[in-house]
Write a protein that binds this ligand. Structure first.
Ligand code: CAA
Length: 240
């Protein structure tokens, strides 16, 4: 049996590609999702990957969900904190709720996902923590004060976890995808999206599989000396 990998938000978008790639690489994959039962059922039917429903913004729900994953599949050795939302608005129109929802899911959600698996990783002397950040955490983005704050926060999280986990065989790294062809990017108004594509030197959106391949590398035993790093995969749109 391969190592157990948990991917939050793992049944749609970039997360679905990550779940599939990890399965293809031999991992036992659990994909969590927040609300879309239909998409999760279709994903399981298509891939055979088990899906689990919990809200990453809720610590107790995350802890219970992860306990269930571990009861079913075994200890989580690879955790991919991928679940994220956008509530875009220019700052002068951004409501406290839009701010809080994004903080709770994208930032506190990373804490809630990694914290329950961290003690087991320390005890076993092995772990891979991979956080899906964003180009917009590196460069900021008009309309995304909330989202950019969380994605920049991800980089602080992995740099700190890397220092705490290194002596215990745990690595923590971030991936900063650029604009990837997913529902999240398709939700951006078409005119804005076209303008964004115009700013990507490679001239296209990225594919979810291009991010998934970064994850399988960081999850592997071969990547053990890469710790606290950020991989940018953005078609040359921005250099951190
Ligand atoms: N730069 C500068 N000015 C901009 C701008 C930009 N990128 N976008 C909009 N504006 C300007 C508009 O031209 C407009 O100016 P005027 O009032 O002078 O005409 C003004 O800002 C207000 O624009 P709107 O009336 O359109 O504002 P709005 O309230 O409808 O919302 C928005 C604007 C929600 C920010 C919208 O522009 C938007 O969705 N932008 C995309 C933000 C984005 O890139 N999100 C990424 C989503 S994908 C993702 O997050 C994944 C990932 O990790 C990469």
């Amino acid at each position: 049996m391969g190592r157990v990998a948990l991917v939050t938000g793992g049944s749609r978008g970039i997360g679905a590609a990550i779940s599939k790639a990890l399965k293809a690489a031999g991992y036992e994959v659990a994909a969590s999702y927040a609300g879309n039962d239909e998409a999760a059922a279709a994903f399981t039917a298509e891939t055979g990957i088990k899906t689990y429903k919990w809200n990453v913004a809720d610590y107790e729900a995350s802890k219970a969900g992860i306990a269930q994953v571990e009861a079913d599949l075994g200890p989580v050795e690879v955790v991919v904190a991928n679940a994220g939302i956008t509530r875009d608005a220019p700052f002068h129109k951004m409501s406290p709720q839009q701010w809080q929802d994004v903080i709770d899911t994208n930032l506190t959600g990373v804490f809630n996902t990694v914290h329950p698996v961290w003690p087991g990783m320390r005890e076993r002397g092995f772990g891979r923590v991979i956080v899906i950040s964003s180009i917009n955490g590196q460069k900021g983005q008009f309309g995304q004060v909330n989202y950019a704050a969380t994605k920049a926060g991800d980089l602080g999280i992995v740099k700190s976890l890397a220092q705490e986990g290194a002596a215990k065989g745990i690595t923590a790294n971030a991936i900063c995808p650029g604009y990837i062809a997913t529902e999240m990017v398709m939700a951006v108004p078409e005119k804005v999206r076209e303008a964004i594509i115009g700013m990507i030197p490679v001239g296209r959106l990225g594919e979810p599989e291009e991010i998934a391949r970064c994850v399988t590398f960081l999850a592997s035993d071969d990547s053990g000396f890469i710790n606290g790093s950020t991989i940018s995969a953005n078609g040359a749109q921005f250099f951190a």
